[in-house]
Design a protein. Structure first.
Length: 444
């Protein structure tokens, strides 16, 4: 049997060096790939493809977001108004999140009225004796607590209760029960407990009371209706409702906001892109395509925009649409992940950088004259000048990549299905316009 040859000190050192190189190469290539996959996953989770055309990207947000067909039965209008003005996480297990649309009081009120009008007209009302009376008796409270315990329905294995996390798996976590008095209509709770899947077909909530034989026999003599009523009474009155004055104040100030306006807003804001509502369209892509966004904008601007979106295209309002980029309340890590992915993957690989000399600041003044001669300011706002349907170019030098501007003004349709006409600029004229937009803030 031959023995393994021993390495010389030099050979050992060489082998160790090769191992380090291999490790560094692996790190170099695996890190960015993992980061890019994280960016793709975040785009899908947030639902960006609902509003934006991003080639090769899809999303399941429409299947995850709650169905709003009977939202008017479910939630209290005053809570809904506050939620629309300042969204928060309701269902921690859902990957999608409700973004902040920066709604005015009038818009939030109209949406509240529109959603409040969405009800199940075929559902029979509770008999008068079963309707919520605003309190819970001591025996009813005791029965409800027993029903919710681990030995029976085990509600806290899935639901938050204040700051207390559920005992079950995160993918099964349900809404916080502490918020029930503020959020849910008490009598809707009874309908929900009776058959959750009828209201939300994809829910993970079990049908504990789907028939007259599944209720615990040793609580309220097994009477399922009585059990549901005590649960409803306990959850709805275990603490006082938090005051929600915003809704009443908005109704007093904006009397013209009504359900019809709100239903229209549900479509114009593209709420129907994420939420299914029976009788409403499925939504449309209201935002710009993002296939070349990494070539289009600067990294610094993109990071700031993702943290705090602002209006870029006034055409949405002028053309009769209220669509706007919402604020997803991204963490710093999420902003970095999205920015890294967009800058690395969503770009035009054929775009060549312009030499700095090609857009010398000295060309900006001549570019300003050309911008006016070509009637660009008929559509685009610059500073305090009035604009039209095109994007505001006041801060184009901070927002846009010079190479992208140059290529775009030469041939707008290369990047976008746009109203921007091809002005038949020469390459020299395109450089002048680019220099003006990039350096205009330095002009006297």
């Amino acid at each position: 049997m031959s023995s393994r040859p021993k390495l010389t000190p030099f050979g050992s050192l060489l082998l160790a060096g090769l191992a380090v190189i291999v490790a560094l190469v692996a790190l170099r290539w695996s890190g960015p790939v993992e980061a890019q996959e994280a960016g793709r996953a975040l785009i899908e989770r947030l639902g960006c493809p609902v509003c934006h055309d991003i080639p090769g990207h899809t999303t399941q947000v429409r299947l995850e977001a709650p169905v709003l067909t009977t939202e008017g039965d479910r939630v209290r209008p005053d809570w809904l108004f506050r939620f629309l003005k300042s969204p928060e996480t309701i269902r921690p297990a859902i990957r999608a999140r409700m973004p902040h649309f920066r709604l005015t009081d009038e818009e939030a009120l109209a949406l509240t009225e529109g959603l409040a009008s969405l009800k199940d007209r075929l559902a029979p009302p509770l008999p008068p004796a079963q309707r919520y009376r605003g309190s819970v008796s001591a025996p009813a409270r005791e029965a409800a607590v027993k029903l919710m315990s681990k030995d029976y329905l085990d509600c806290l294995s899935c639901h938050f209760d204040g700051d207390r996390k559920p005992a079950g798996k995160p993918e099964d976590w349900g809404p916080n029960l502490e918020r029930v008095p503020d959020r849910l209509d008490p009598d809707w709770i009874v309908r929900w407990l009776r058959d959750p899947s009828k209201i939300a077909p994809n829910t993970k909530m079990p049908s504990f009371f789907a028939d007259d034989k599944s209720g615990p026999d040793d609580i309220l003599d097994g009477d399922e209706t009585a059990q549901m009523l005590v649960l409803r009474d306990y959850l709805s009155s275990r603490r006082a409702r938090a005051p929600q004055p915003g809704y009443a104040e908005a109704k007093s100030e904006h009397r013209e906001a009504n359900a019809a306006m709100g239903r229209s807003l549900l479509v114009r804001l593209n709420c129907v892109g994420c939420h299914r509502i029976a009788g409403f369209p499925e939504g449309r892509r209201v935002g710009p395509p993002l296939g070349f966004q990494g070539s289009r904008v600067t990294r610094e601007w993109l990071e700031g925009f993702l943290r705090s979106p602002v209006q870029i295209k006034p055409e949405y309002a002028i053309m009769g649409s209220d669509a706007r980029m919402p604020n997803f309340r991204l963490t710093d890590g999420e902003v970095t992940t999205l920015t890294d992915y967009i800058m690395a993957r969503l770009k035009d690989e054929t775009l060549k950088p312009l030499p700095a000399a090609a857009i010398d600041p000295k060309l900006a003044a001549e570019g300003e004259r050309l911008f006016s001669v070509k009637f660009c300011d008929n559509c685009h706002r610059i500073g305090s000048r009035p604009g039209g349907i095109g994007p505001d170019l006041t801060h184009a030098g901070r927002r846009l990549n010079p190479s992208w501007i140059y290529r775009f003004v030469l041939n707008p349709s290369h990047y976008l299905d746009t109203r921007m006409p091809n002005l038949k600029l020469t390459e020299e004229e395109a450089r002048l316009v680019t220099a003006y937009l990039i350096h205009r803030e330095r002009l006297p």
